[in-house]
Structures are given as C-alpha cells and as structure tokens.
Design a protein around this ligand. Structure first.
Ligand code: TYD
Ligand code: MG
Length: 454
C-alpha cells in the first residue's frame, strides 16, 4: 500500500490504518444457494435455534500451568483453544511467567511452543537456565514472521503456544512496520482464527504503554477470551497479576508474585508481606481490602504538601484519580478538611491496584493523617486498619464481606478495625459517618485503650 498521510475523505492526518484484504468467502452452498424459501432479496438462509438445555455441554478439562496464582486468576487453569492476552510494562516478568508456565505444562505432558519475536533462542535459553532444568524442555521458535509462525503452529499443533510479543509479529502481506496497528491486528486475528480451529490455547504477550493501556488497537481486548494485566513497581520485587476480562472466570482475582533470582515465586499470604512493611507513620493506614474471593491487607500512604501550582496536583498510584477527587470533596464538605491549595499524593504500597469502593475510608484517613501530621495507630501502636465506602453525604457505607475483612485484620493483631456499622462483629469499631470515623481514628481508639488501662 502506498503511504497516505491524509485521509482523502475527512482530511484528517494519520488516521488511516492498513488492513489485509480478506480472502473471498467460499460460495454459498446448499440451502442458501438453492434459494429454497424464495423469500425476497436480503433475507439469508434461516438458522435453527436450539434450546440451551439441548446444546452439548462441553466439560473442558483445563490445563494447569503449575503456577497456582496464575491458574486462579485464569479461573482454574487454561481453557484449551482459548486466547489469552498478557499485558504488562517491559521488564516486569512477562517472559519469565510464560516461560515458567510452558515449562510446567511441558513437564505435565502437554505439548508447548514458545515463539519469541524479541529475543534469540539462546537468549530464551539463558532465561530458562535461571528457572531450573525443567524449563529447558520447552520448545522454542525465534521468529517474527507471522506466516512462518502460523505454519509452525499448523504443523506442530501444540496444546499451548506463547507469542512473545504480539507487537513483534509482522505479516509480509502488509507494508506497515511491526507493532503498527494494522500489523498487530492482522497477527492477532490470524492467530485467533487458528487457535479456535486447531484447539490450540494461545497466550499473546503484549507491551503496555506508560499510561497503562495496551499498545496497539483496543480490538485485541475484544478478540481474546481473557485479558491479564501484570504489573508492579520495577524497582521492587512485588508483582500482581489480575484479570481485566475473563470469559471463563471471575475478573476480581489477583495473584501476587515476587521476582527472585530463580524466577517468580508465588506469595501465598500477601497480607503478611504487606503488613510487615506497614510503618504506622503519619499518612499511613492499612486497608482491609477484598481481592476477589480473598481478603488482603494493604498499606495506603498519603502525602500532603503546600502547592505552588494554580491547580494543585492529585497524584495516585493504585487507586482511581476521580475517586480521590470525590474523597477530597467529601473531606472538605463534611469534616472541614480543605486541601484546595495542597498537592495530594496517594499510593497503595506494593504496586497493588485497588478497584473497590471499600478503599475510600483508607484514602480519607491517610490523607487526613498526612494533613494533620498525626500518625494513626491502633491502641497498641500497631498500624490502624479500616475499610468502607464514602457516600457523598458523608456517610460511611456498607461494603461486602465485612466479616472476612475484620477477621483478616484480627489475624495480624490489627483490631479494632474501623468500618461501617450494620453488622455486629467483634473486632470492628463501627462508624456511621466519615466524621465519626475520623474522630475514632484520631482519638477514640487511644482513649479506648487508656480507659482499659486505667
Ligand atoms: P522478563 O521476563 O524478561 O520481563 P518482560 O518479558 O516482562 O520484559 O524479566 C524481567 C526482569 O526479571 C529482568 O530484569 C530480570 C529479572 N529476573 C529475575 O530477577 N529473576 C529471574 O529468575 C528472571 C528469569 C528474571
Ligand atoms: Mg519479554
């Protein structure tokens, strides 16, 4: 295709995307071609709907990757013939994770193929050597030509195939550079079609941009059955794996890993690791959060400093920025904590991303603690734990699984936990409004313990 910078129709620049011309569909045959029902033009042949109960239920046996946290996030392992997109920033451990999974699958008797478009076979081997002898059993193909990769899969028919990465694949039928929207889309489409046809499960590794979205077209997310996000702070060793989309399971499960010298290790008790690191310093509070089906304690930190900007900064890491704006508005209105001229930074420690409203109170308390310069701690000097959603009217709203959150905090000696009332739970210090929660957090718990000591 010739390079065309400007769209001849709408006169916009750089909006054109190259696309391969689809091969003509085979001529219609049978009933449709015979035009049997003689209906007017436009009506195709009629399909035959079937009752769902009569559809043969496919009891697929999932393939275990041998990595418990990965299997759990996938909803119980890899579904044969499914298409999985694993996105993450460079250096986070995508190649390590997929390499480990393939090694385990291969050892478990499933045939595998690791297609590396980024590294040479010897580079892949070097990584595998760090992961242990089993990793060397996996089959590798260092190739970035889409046609060659498709041909190899056609011939080898592995049970599971990893394409590392989808951005390096390029088709000779398109002139666009590897990684361009047209190329990525073409490669993903062709691989998806083949995966379904041959019942090969394909894991597409994808790079994400700095903003956190997957480089390349969003169409990838629609195309695949499952979108996994692998993230963390590169300088630190924590990694979290979560599903953004999953046709075969829940999207709320989060797997926690630690990058070590011998590859990724599963962190089976993340609360223990995060609480251990919690400081109890000013601006720090422990959130009793739910990550899918399991409670996890994470540290939420805030920093408030006078701003030199017209529009003060709101910087978040691990929570939604709009949510912070809402919480600051509630604080301003209902506890008279004005931060209109201050920069506010909020961070969830460990690179964890919290996607639930139950985090509101933790953010509010961390910000208030940072603003007042007063540390928040429980009666015995341990970090303070809390949870709960803030309503716009300043009420503290109920969130699911209060009992499990409180139990998890109690397990680490972090009680009483401040949270919404409604349920009578031992270890919970129930509050009805954010104002009341503030009061209890800054004086109530201390007063309680002093009274007990007297
Ligand atoms: P890698 O899987 O190559 O990341 P990605 O494919 O997402 O770009 O691994 C990235 C980092 O992990 C690399 O800097 C080295 C480190 N690493 C370890 O610390 N231990 C190990 O056992 C391995 C294989 C990698
Ligand atoms: Mg890689």
């Amino acid at each position: 295709m010739a390079w065309t910078g400007q769209c001849p129709d709408c006169r916009e620049w750089n909006t054109l995307v190259e696309q391969a011309i689809p091969k003509p569909a085979p001529k219609a045959t049978g009933r449709a071609a015979a035009g049997g029902n003689g209906r007017s033009l436009g009506a195709g042949s009629a399909g035959r709907p079937v009752r769902l109960s009569e559809v043969a239920a496919s009891r697929v046996k999932r393939l275990s990757t041998g990595i418990g946290e990965l299997d759990r996030v996938l909803g119980g392992g890899i579904v044969p013939g499914s298409l999985i997109l694993l996105g993450g920033p460079p250096g986070i451990g995508k190649s390590t994770l997929t390499g480990m999974a393939l090694a385990n699958l291969q050892t478990g008797g499933a045939s595998t193929l690791y297609v590396s478009g980024e590294e040479s076979a010897s580079q892949v081997r070097m990584r595998a050597e760090r992961l242990g002898p089993a990793a060397l059993d996996a089959m590798v193909l260092a190739e970035s030509s889409l046609e060659t990769v498709l041909g190899t899969i056609e011939e080898q028919r592995p049970a599971v195939c990893v394409i590392d990465s989808i951005q390096t694949m390029h088709s000779s039928e398109l002139s666009g550079a590897p990684g361009s929207v047209g190329q990525v889309r073409e490669a993903a489409n062709a691989l998806a079609e083949q995966a379904k046809r041959l019942d090969v499960a394909v894991i597409l590794v994808g790079h994400v941009t700095k903003e956190g979205s997957l480089a390349g077209p969003r169409v990838l997310e629609h195309l695949v059955d499952c979108v996994l996000r692998f993230e963390g702070e590169r300088e630190r060793t924590w990694r979290t794996l979560s599903a953004i989309k999953n046709r075969f399971g829940a999207t709320s499960e989060v797997g926690v890993f630690e990058m070590r010298s011998g590859g990724l290790t599963e962190v089976l008790d993340p609360s223990a690791r995060f609480v251990e690191e919690a400081t109890g310093a000013q601006g720090s509070v422990v959130l009793a959060s739910m990550e899918g089906t399991r409670p996890v304690l994470v540290e939420v930190q805030a920093l408030v400093s006078p701003s030199e900007l017209e529009v003060p900064r709101r910087v978040v890491n691990g929570i939604d920025r709009n949510r912070l704006s809402m919480i600051l508005a509630v604080l301003a209105r209902h506890v008279r904590l004005g931060l209109g001229t201050a920069d506010v930074f909020v961070n969830v420690v460990g690179g964890v991303r919290i996607d639930e409203p139950g985090a509101d109170l933790a953010v509010a308390l961390a910000v208030a603690s940072a603003q007042r310069g007063e540390p928040l701690s429980g009666p015995d000097g341990r970090p303070l734990a809390c949870f709960g959603e803030l309503g716009l009217t300043g009420d503290l709203r109920y969130v699911a699984h209060a009992d499990r959150r409180v139990a998890e905090a109690t397990r680490f000696g972090l009680s009483p936990v401040i949270g919404p009332g409604g349920e009578r739970l031992s270890g919970l210090s129930p509050c009805v409004t954010v104002r009341q929660a503030m009061k209890v957090a800054f004086s109530g718990l201390k007063a309680e313990s002093e009274a007990a000591a007297a």
